[in-house]
Design a protein around this ligand. Structure first.
Ligand code: DAH
Length: 357
């Protein structure tokens, strides 16, 4: 009697399963696949040898072989699932953000901390310059009555000069009697009233703060912006004092190669009035697009206190005289840091803001 080709079948199955379990990685398992369940497997060889058996023997041997193959394939499948899972876990492990490391980094690398915005920083620098020149720093309200924002500044109701300021009105009291201040000049009025009440003249003060105008924002304007106002009320003050303060400020803040000049202008609250300009910081006076080829950039307005303003707050214009000035803090920041578009100041883009830490 010939030995059945399947005599060693269970040993072969045990060997195959052992081989499957030895595959340490998916790649190893794939490489072994032809030898385990594929064409080069002992199972396929045995399958072919069944052809030599008698038909009745062949049937039961075929069923036996089929059974063995199913077992091996099952073991192969289980191993493959296990190795796939292990591969995924490994990948996740490699990708994992190690919180332990982050904590270490926090200790050893200084974390980025915030810093004052460019406008706030500019305001502080401007205050420092004026404090060094003997000025105090004062504050005023952002919501004003018509009286402080306009009337006391010699701009009566319906006066055409009101057109200089596109005003936001607050819906409070009689229509158009409460405004978001359009400039810092009303703070002058508060200061003068207080000084009269306290009998504490003279005044040498600057007043920084936020102002509002119904302007469409563009490269050089924002609807909410910042000004700094200056006020001197003293005895024997002349236009030369005003020009001297403006020039000293310009050199201190912008540097010795930037100068100032005054050009005749009109403001209802000063007489005479002037616009003050500084050397264009972009071209240093050569002439460029920003300064329309003039070499000069307008920064603000100024002038000698109008007698009508002194009278409105009850100051004796025969004894006291003074000057005032006002200019944009945002504009100063723009000029000093050469910021092409002022809207960058309110975009809150950290890539921009970080440059001014
Ligand atoms: N308040 C003016 C403005 O916003 C600027 C100004 C001009 C302020 C002349 C002054 C001044 O104190 O004397 O347009």
């Amino acid at each position: 009697m010939t030995t059945s080709p399947l005599a060693e079948l269970s040993t072969h199955v045990t060997d195959l399963i052992a081989r499957i379990d030895r595959a340490a990685t998916l790649a190893d398992l794939h490489a072994d696949e032809p030898f385990i369940v594929g064409k080069r497997s002992i199972l396929s060889t045995l399958q072919k040898s069944l052809g030599a058996l008698a038909p009745e023997e062949r049937k039961s041997a075929g069923a036996q072989l089929q059974e063995a193959r199913r077992g091996v394939e099952e073991a192969y499948h289980v191993r493959r699932t296990f190795l796939e899972e292990a591969t995924r876990t490994q990948a996740l492990e490699a990708d994992r953000l190690d919180l332990g490391d982050v904590v270490v980094a926090k200790v050893s690398v200084p974390l980025a901390v915030g810093h004052p915005g460019i406008v706030a920083a500019t305001q502080r620098q401007l205050e420092d310059v004026f404090v060094a020149m003997g000025f105090t720093v004062s504050d005023g309200p952002e919501v004003e009555s018509d009286w402080y924002n306009f009337e006391a500044l010699n701009i009566p109701p319906a006066h055409p000069a009101r057109g200089m300021w596109d005003t936001f009105y607050v819906d409070l009291g009689e229509p158009e009697t409460v405004v978001l201040r359009t400039h810092t000049s009303p703070t002058q009025v508060h200061l003068m009233e207080k000084a009269v009440a306290a009998d504490s003249l003279p005044i040498h003060s600057v007043m920084p703060g936020r102002c509002y105008r119904r302007d469409t924002p563009d490269a050089r304007h924002l609807a909410a912006f910042h000004q700094i106002e200056g006020l001197v009320v003293d005895r024997g003050i002349s236009f030369a004092d005003l020009a001297g303060v403006i020039e000293t400020f310009t050199h201190s803040y912008f540097g010795p190669d930037i100068s100032s000049r005054l050009r005749p202008a009109f403001f209802p609250f000063t007489e005479p009035s002037a616009e003050f300009e500084i050397t264009c910081t972009i071209c240093r006076g050569e002439g460029c697009r920003t300064c329309s080829q003039t070499g000069w950039i307008e920064l603000g307005g100024c002038g000698m206190l109008d007698p009508a303003v002194l009278e409105a707050v009850g100051i004796d214009g025969d004894e006291w005289s003074g000057f005032a000035f006002g200019f944009g803090i945002d504009r100063c920041a723009q000029m000093r840091h050469q910021i092409a578009d002022m809207r960058a100041l309110i975009d809150n883009d950290v890539r921009f803001l970080r440059q001014f830490s």
